[in-house]
Design a protein around this ligand. Structure first.
Ligand SMILES: [Mn+2]
Length: 603
């Protein structure tokens, strides 16, 4: 009945080939004359999603999480993962071959200092940022850049690099011409005192030139490079076969189009003329920094100015986000109605994920899911980054069911989590559910002076949990792109979110609670920062417009824990959901929506 086009539920790997591949790698390292090798989970663009041809860490170790790092020495090897992935690493990796290490406790450089004093450690300078290499060198590690990545020498069936078609991102979605954006970026380059800006982040390039691609899963990125001079024409280096003649002609009006392989010769040309080139050392490959430096360029390290420009949505993007969320709200309402009807008839996590994707596809506008759906029943929901596979798939039975999902539409990217009561819930579940909801409402209703950072707001989401000695181990919110990545910076609501929130930024609001081995809760809406309407305010104030429109389950609410103001917010939110989504539903679904959105106050 339901199918998935944009996600699969296969078990990605098995640990069995780890030892054999590790032995082959060690032989190759010996041939290249180094004592060890670093294997990051990264490509030359430092993407969160990498194409299959860049999945070297997964190929070598079996580990498929979005962040990880392996160090291979002649007699030992370790895989470093953060707290989110310790369980997954033990399941996916041959722990006899690779010792799992919690990177929150021991960094690769600490481990190397301890286990590899004085050894020559090889690395691929395309895959490590300039900043990361500097940290390792400062820690006293002897690094040797290898021109031929040793893994590529032994990975015989390595997939080819992706060549997905690049498309123009239409002005009616982008809201600003590429020319206008280029002029704004050039101004920032001049302000930074640089002659040229090197762009290696495909998100920035997609935004700047109003193009989108399909080189990685779930984010419409074109893998490409770009150089933006302080004045004159930028260059855009993208594989020719990704462009139609029409798009090439169009882009040629604003940029010099070339092949990605030309990047280093362009950098060398800048170096020969002694130019100052701005790079973001936290995102630019060490290889490119070296190339610039060796060619005689002045390398200026700073932050990529596009991050901030891209984060602040223009009025067209804001209107698009609202439209995308109404459309997504229709799919969510249809899904939640279906779930309420079917949940007691024996469905499982995969069926739920497929059903939701199907309802989204039936909007006729779905380009992709914005990440693999987290469809998690019972104890699986206690893993915040759970991904369902055929092996882990659980039947949905009494308790709490968590579903975190999102969509890519041309006019906007969505990300929503709902936690749904199935049959009976325990007092304990209802208590924690209500505290998570209180945290969600505290963020949604926050008013704050201009200049306030996400770090300052983050505790709002936690207070009701802190009251009972509980907490959750992830940030409260991340930035979201406009038909781009579902995770974008620089703004975020977390302990580390030191960037001031600005009108036009989109953020998620997703407090949670996780009880290992038992259940998990998260309630997530996307928010748009705006100027607050406070006529008597003594300073410029900001607040949030909630973009996401879907019912929040009221059944697991412990009403006695809620204040009148909190109930007032929830009832008003539900009135808005009914008013905006109701007219777009068939009668049966609309009746259901009105029922589940009934005021809690009147219960
Ligand atoms: Mn999210």
């Amino acid at each position: 009945m339901f199918e998935s086009r944009f996600q699969n539920f296969t078990d990605p790997s098995d640990p069995s080939s780890g030892a054999e591949r590790l032995a082959a790698l060690r032989a190759e390292l010996k041939r290249q004359g180094v004592d060890g090798f670093l294997v990051p989970r990264a490509d030359a663009h430092q993407n969160e999603c990498v194409p299959p041809s860049e999945e070297r860490l997964a190929w070598l170790t079996g580990f498929t999480g979005s962040a990880g790092f392996a160090v291979v020495l002649a007699d030992r090897a370790a895989i470093f993962v953060d707290g989110r992935y310790t369980v997954q690493a033990r399941e996916q990796v041959d722990v006899e071959a690779f010792t799992p290490v919690n990177s929150g406790q021991t960094s690769p450089q600490d481990w190397l200092r301890e286990n590899a004093p004085g050894l020559k450690i090889g690395f691929d300078a395309w895959l490590h940022t300039a900043d990361a290499v500097e940290r390792l060198r400062k820690a006293g590690i002897t690094l040797v850049a290898l021109d031929d990545n040793p893994i590529d020498q032994i990975w015989t069936d390595r997939p080819l690099p992706p060549t997905a078609a690049v498309r123009e991102h239409d002005a009616r979605f982008a809201g600003e011409s590429a020319e206008g954006k280029i002029a704004r970026v050039q101004e920032a380059v001049r302000k930074a005192g640089a002659d040229s800006l090197l762009l290696t982040d495909p998100h920035a390039i997609a935004w700047l030139f109003n193009i989108r691609g399909g080189d990685v899963d779930h984010t419409p990125l074109p893998l490409a490079w770009s150089l933006v001079p302080a004045s004159g024409r930028p260059s855009l280096l993208v594989t020719a076969r990704k462009l139609t003649n029409l798009l090439r002609d169009h882009l040629s009006e604003i940029a010099d189009i070339g092949e990605p392989d030309n990047l280093e010769s362009e950098l060398e040309a800048l170096g020969r003329r002694g130019r100052t080139v701005l790079i973001d050392g936290s995102a630019t490959a060490e290889r490119l920094r070296q190339t610039l430096e060796h060619a005689g360029a002045v390398v200026k390290q700073g932050t990529d100015p596009i991050q901030k420009l891209k984060a602040v949505k223009n009025p067209v993007e804001m209107a698009g986000a609202r439209e995308a969320h109404r459309r997504d709200g229709v799919a969510m309402a249809r899904f939640l109605f279906w779930f309420d009807t079917e949940a007691t008839r024996g469905i499982d996590e995969i069926t739920a994920a497929q059903a939701l994707e199907t309802f989204r596809r039936e909007t006729g506008q779905l380009r992709d899911v914005s990440f693999p759906t987290i469809s998690a029943a019972g104890p699986n929901a206690a893993l915040p980054h759970y991904r369902v596979t055929r092996t882990t798939n659980r039947a949905i039975d009494a308790g709490l069911f968590l579903i975190d999902s999102g969509a890519q539409y041309l006019d906007g990217t969505t990300d929503i989590t709902r936690t749904i009561a199935v049959g009976e819930t325990t007092t304990d579940m209802r208590d924690r559910y209500t505290r998570v909801l209180k945290g969600h409402i505290a963020i949604a209703t926050a008013r704050f002076p201009r200049g306030t950072s996400g770090a300052q707001l983050d505790p709002f989401a936690r207070r009701a949990l802190w009251d009972v000695g509980a907490d959750f181990d992830h940030g409260t919110g991340h930035g979201v792109g406009s038909y781009l990545s579902v995770h974008e910076g620089p703004q975020r609501i977390s302990k580390l979110g030191h960037v001031a929130l600005e009108p036009g930024m989109i953020l998620s609001n997703e407090p949670g609670y996780y009880r290992e081995g038992a259940f998990g809760i998260r309630i997530e809406n996307l928010l748009l920062v705006r100027e607050a309407e406070m006529p008597n305010a003594e300073r410029p104030m900001l607040d949030f417009e909630t973009l996401t429109l879907a019912p929040i389950d009221t059944r697991p609410i412990a009403r006695e824990l809620m204040t009148a103001e909190e109930i007032g917010w929830l009832d008003a939110y539900h009135r808005r959901v009914v008013a905006e989504i109701g007219p777009l539903l068939n009668e049966e679904t609309r009746d259901w929506l009105e029922r589940v959105c009934a005021p809690v106050g009147a219960a």
